[in-house]
Design a protein around this ligand. Structure first.
Ligand code: PMP
Length: 343
């Protein structure tokens, strides 16, 4: 039987998100934290393996609501923020507008759900091109706009003024994806929740040491949360993850320390990369750095031969590679390997 013929039309041309496990010595390709927290796992007690998890994640929401000073009813948990993107698009539908280059899942999920996507290129500084964004909002009236700030893969935050203009113009929901907020110098958009009823903010534990848990947060008005909750699968966040994630909020000082080390290392790696010839390095407010280099794909391969895995971004940004910040030792290995290739 030809399975392909049975596929829905929009799935026929869809490509799966590329998340391959490539064996390597130094893994700097997926924007994970180099620091894990195994002690938090052993702190998990009293898991009843035979019972379903708390369907609403009440205890975890309570911990998150304290930290971010938002109401419990302003929170929804997801199996990673990926799942929340899925739920948002399922709930509100398209058109779905986002600037490019950006996190690929906005487009992949919109297409999987058969919704129209509208892509607006960022400007030369990788900031929002306000005129083009406003024009696209007027022409397509998107139900959802996704703004990743700091943006993956470019690393910069979008200017607050421009995001505010978009919030003012859009009649649809504006989702600010703050997956990398922990590493940014600016405060993020949580304080705007009070002023804009159509803003939704996403946070995740994935970049600060807990990618394996798959825990993401949607923070928005009660109306938005109530609507998105209608499509949420029951028990979407498992008991182990809920329990460990609670532990994260109880021990946030440990996380903060690891984030500070990563930020210091990011600034060091930025300086070192900038001193190399023939590289264009983009400033970053995240836990990764994007850089342009001649023959990027070949450099990517040569780095891997030396055991260092970075992300080849050439399909999204011309000549670009993205390196996640690792431990100081891992970063040194990366820098040495790169120098031996380009110098
Ligand atoms: N948003 C952005 C901007 C990301 O880069 C990523 C991870 N690559 C995600 C969301 C997904 O994060 P999670 O692990 O919480 O699903």
């Amino acid at each position: 039987m030809d399975i392909k013929r049975l596929l829905r039309r929009n799935i026929r041309t869809l490509k799966a998100y590329a998340a391959k496990e490539i064996p390597c010595r130094v893994k700097l390709d997926a924007n994970e934290s180099p620091y894990g927290f195994p002690a938090f796992v052993s702190a998990v007690e009293k898991i009843q393996t035979n019972r379903y998890p708390d369907p609403e994640g009440k205890a975890l929401k309570k911990a998150a609501s304290k930290r971010w000073r938002v109401g419990i009813k302003n929170l929804l948990l997801g199996n990673g923020s990926d799942e929340l993107i899925y739920y948002l698009i399922t709930t509100f539908g398209g058109p779905v507008l986002y600037p490019t280059p950006t996190f690929s899942m906005y487009g992949i999920i919109a297409r999987a759900l058969g919704e129209k996507t509208v892509e607006v290129p960022l400007d030369r500084e990788f900031d929002l091109d306000l005129d083009k964004m406003i024009e696209a909002i007027r022409n397509y009236r998107p139900k959802l706009i996704f703004l990743s700030s700091p943006n993956n893969p470019t690393g910069n935050c979008f200017s607050t003024d421009r995001m505010l203009k978009i919030l003012d113009t859009s009649k649809g929901i504006v989702v600010i994806d703050e997956a990398y907020q922990a590493f940014a110098s600016k405060r993020g958009m949580l304080p705007l929740l009070r002023d804009f009823e159509r803003i939704a903010i996403m946070r995740t534990l994935s970049k600060i040491g807990f990618a394996s848990l798959r825990v993401g947060f949607l923070i928005a008005s009660e109306d938005i949360i109530e609507a998105v909750d209608r499509v949420r699968l029951p028990f979407n966040v498992n008991a182990l993850s809920q329990s460990i994630a609670e532990e994260v909020f109880r021990n946030y000082a440990d996380i903060d320390r690891s984030v500070q080390i990563i930020c210091r290392e990011r600034d060091r790696v930025f300086k070192e990369l900038s001193s190399l010839p023939l590289l264009k390095v983009f400033p970053s407010e995240a836990n990764f750095i994007l850089f342009r280099i001649k023959n990027a794909s070949s450099v990517h391969r040569k780095l891997l031969q030396k055991g260092v895995l970075v992300r080849d971004m050439t399909s999204l940004v011309r000549d670009a590679l993205r390196v996640t910040i690792g431990t100081p030792e891992e970063n040194d290995i990366f820098l040495e390997a790169l120098k031996s290739i380009v110098v």
